[in-house]
Design a protein around this ligand. Structure first.
Ligand code: F0G
Length: 482
């Protein structure tokens, strides 16, 4: 993008692709959006996609695939054992990460299940830059606990720090000293740290963590699901990496790790997952569970067509002009929202634009889920589906009290290369309107609250008749507009 300057001087995220397959969209009227939201228990996960106009719930499994990925799917080798598709996948991962052993799995959390079962023992701790919901759940299920060792900067909503995903290495050193390395199952780094707003770690920070792990004989594990955004930010923001290619940066990152796992619903822009390991010993520890839970070692629960698409997607991740598209659109959105006074996470990260619901709805107490309420209100306002990433995504404590999240975010994901600039502008417009009318939005209360990962299926209702008030104001302001 920065290579193409506009005469007007305007800074637009210019698409470096063209669209050749489209899906028709439909925007239902606001009254129907309100009733769809209420029927879905005010939980955007429970909406039917037919009622959604702009689906920005996630970038998982919904990034646009390239013509080359689609073409590769026709050449898939459909066999139970020994598929050529798997060997192409394996050799691409070996080439990119420099690790000899590859285990296929059906998606990211399947990798987390296997890794946690094999490496987490009762009472052990897993230090990490920051948790992801499914990661934490799997570690806890196996009797472990997690320690968030994100730097203080990482939890600040607004910041100029280029690498908010960095691990606090002083805290890591102390933790190893206090707990002893035998009680550390492994150290986990998450690329493009999801729950703090898609924020990257730096290569320098990672290398420090790597040195500490090697010195103390502790396994270092990478969650590479959001690696492509992290690669882009290292290239853009880390001085000493400016002249390295994306491929070289990838290898430098991989060199620090013993295990790399990923959701290929994100990395590789298809649907699947995988675990890459450095030694045969680690591979042997996990391969039995892959066949037990996922499938034979040459498909691991994935369709061979998806395996082919991932392989091409991984190679395309090495192209700067492919991986910079998401972050550029996100930056555009973040910049425009800041201009309009809407509180968002800064600096702009990967994955999506993250609205600070605590500030946006400062009158809604955290126990009434401001991020959940804002996500519901945004759908009603514009048919836009975002995701709650706050207290609703935490688990209630055994004594019945809430675990208040560090941040109350509504994530407006930008699936890569899916939405056009005018659609992004529409989303900005509706968020700004909602911000002007934020006093109308109030909280939510659970009606049905599952014990595990409650945010997926939990059903809530508004604490008052605020939905009606919002609809009425919208109709007053927008008249006959949908
Ligand atoms: N790790 C990270 C960092 C993730 O973002 C995800 C999924 C997973 C692991 C689990 O992978 O979905 O393939 O099982 N994140 C999705 C999201 C769900 O919307 O952010 P999965």
């Amino acid at each position: 993008m920065e290579k193409i300057k506009l005469f007007s001087g305007e800074n637009l995220p210019l698409e470096m692709h063209k669209v050749r397959i489209v899906e028709k969209l439909n925007l239902i009227p606001i009254e129907k959006r309100a009733s769809a939201m209420l029927e879905a228990g005010c939980n955007t996960f429970l909406l039917k996609n037919r009622d959604v106009f702009i689906d920005m719930l996630t970038d998982s499994g919904v990034n646009a695939m390239s013509d080359r990925q689609q073409a590769a799917m026709f050449l898939a080798d459909d066999t139970y054992a020994g598929s050529e598709s798997f060997y192409r996948f394996e050799s691409k991962l070996q080439e990119l990460f420099g690790m000899d052993f590859v285990l296929p799995a059906h998606q990211g959390r399947a990798c987390e299940n296997i890794i946690s079962q094999v490496f987490v023992n009762e009472g052990q701790v897993v230090p990490m830059n920051y948790h992801f919901t499914t990661t934490k759940a799997h570690i806890q299920l196996n009797g472990g606990t997690i320690e968030e060792l994100i730097t203080e900067e990482g939890l600040k909503i607004t910041s100029n720090a280029p690498f908010k995903g960095n691990m606090d290495t002083v805290a890591l050193k102390q933790l190893i000293k206090d707990r002893g390395s035998d009680n550390v199952a492994f150290v986990r780094m998450e690329a493009g740290t999801n729950l703090i707003g898609g924020q990257p770690f730096s290569l320098e920070n990672l290398q420090e963590v790597g040195n500490m792990c090697r010195k103390n004989n502790i396994l270092l594990v990478l969650d590479a699901s959001l690696l492509s955004d992290n690669l882009h930010f290292i290239k853009e923001r880390e001085e000493k990496c400016k002249d390295l290619s994306i491929r070289e940066i990838t290898r430098k990152i991989a060199d620090e790790f013993d295990i790399i796992y990923f959701s290929a619903r994100k990395l590789g822009s298809a649907r699947g997952g995988g675990i890459c390991v450095r030694t045969e010993e680690l591979f042997d520890k996990m391969k039995g569970l892959i066949t037990l839970y996922e499938g034979f070692l040459t498909y691991g629960g994935m369709s061979v067509r998806e395996i082919e698409a991932i392989t091409v997607g991984l190679e395309e991740t090495m192209d700067e002009e492919v991986i910079n598209q998401g972050p550029q659109f996100i930056k555009f959105m973040v910049d425009e929202l800041i201009k309009a006074g809407v509180p968002v996470v800064t600096p702009a990260g990967g994955l999506g634009c993250h609205i600070d619901a605590k500030a946006f709805l400062s009158h809604v107490p955290q126990v009434e889920y401001p991020a959940g309420a804002l996500a519901a209100a945004l759908f009603i306002t514009g048919g836009i589906r975002g995701m709650e990433r706050g207290t609703m995504s935490e688990e209630r404590k055994p004594d019945g009290s809430e675990t208040l999240a560090n941040m109350e975010l509504v994530r407006i994901a930008l699936p890569r290369r899916v939405f056009t600039l005018s659609q992004v502008k529409y989303v900005i417009d509706r968020i700004v309107w909602l911000h002007r009318n934020r006093h109308l939005v109030e909280g939510l209360v659970f009606e049905d609250e599952p014990e595990i990962l409650r945010f997926f299926f939990g059903r809530l209702k508004p604490t008052s008749n605020w939905v009606d008030n919002l609809v009425n104001q919208y109709k007053t302001d927008f008249k006959d507009s949908l």
